[in-house]
Design a binder for this molecule. Structure first.
Ligand SMILES: [Zn+2]
Length: 278
């Protein structure tokens, strides 16, 4: 057997020396973590976090939108595998019956946020939408930016639209969506005080300008439990996208429901959905 060269012997000695020096340090550090265990657990219990998340947080947690106004629903994650499609700006003499036909063909329902002026110009359509099992919401009368209006005039606009929709459809309206999503906290409080739930959206595929393919891709990429999807009436592209969109959502295991059905579903109420509703 060949003798081990001297230089290898030196290397082995060096490795052993390193181990001898570092092992107590490593063990101490590990013991330190173990000793910190109960403290971490207590911190976790106090903050509602688990220890994995405490240790792995290298970036700040997402800011819970404190600036986001209260009393407004964007989505309803506690709903499980349910989502709601919503159509704004109708009714439309030309398009509403076509939208209703597609929904009927796929045995599903949606929520229509109607503009008071369009209900006035297209009498009977609100009743047709409600009569086919779909839900009605109010989308103001003149479709103006309510935030830029005198609050009394804004409330007057909403009230007259709500009354008109209720009269035309023989149903009661409890859902409201502000044109363009524009609202401020005082208006939110006033509208909640009128017994209406303010519903915005969590998915906006930009169907004002997007192609049917882009609308479909955007929604199917972003759909999540409790999503509220913003679409519009009077849009040929949206109408063209609708069958594939409905099929795609269903294929992903989601049930399509109205907004009220979504909000009535069991589960945890999300923070942003807490309302000042009396
Ligand atoms: Zn609108």
């Amino acid at each position: 057997m060949r003798p081990v060269p001297k230089k290898y012997g030196l290397a082995v000695a060096l490795i052993l020396l390193c181990l001898a020096v570092l092992t107590p340090y490593y063990t101490g550090t590990r013991n330190g973590f173990q000793k910190a265990g109960p403290l971490l657990n207590k911190f976790a219990a106090d903050t509602g976090l688990n220890r994995t998340s405490i240790r792995s947080q290298t970036t700040p947690p997402p800011v819970e939108p404190a600036a986001r106004p209260q009393g407004v629903v964007h989505s309803w994650p506690g709903a499980g595998k349910m989502v709601a499609i919503t159509f704004d700006d109708g009714p439309s003499r030309k398009f509403t019956p076509l939208y209703l036909d597609v929904l009927d063909r796929y045995g599903t329902h949606a929520t229509f946020f109607l503009v008071g002026r369009h209900v006035q110009e297209n009498s009977g359509l609100a009743a047709k939408i409600a009569g086919s099992g779909n839900e009605l919401g109010c989308h103001a009368f003149e479709h103006r930016n309510l935030e830029q209006m005198d609050p009394a005039a804004a409330i007057q606009d909403i009230t007259s639209a709500r009354r008109l929709i209720e009269r035309d459809s023989h149903t009661q309206v409890f859902l409201f969506r502000p044109p363009g999503g524009h609202l401020n906290q005082p208006l939110i409080n006033l509208i909640n005080g009128m017994g209406m739930k303010i519903v915005l959206w969590s998915i906006d595929p930009g169907d004002w300008y997007a192609s049917p393919e882009k609308i479909i891709n955007n929604v199917l990429t972003n759909v999540q439990p409790g999503s509220i999807i913003l679409l519009h009436e009077d849009k040929a592209g949206t109408l063209a996208a609708l069958p594939t969109l409905i099929k795609g959502i269903k294929q992903r295991g989601y049930q399509l429901v109205t907004v009220s059905e979504l909000l009535a579903s069991q589960g945890k109420q999300p923070k942003e959905a807490q309302t000042n509703h009396k």
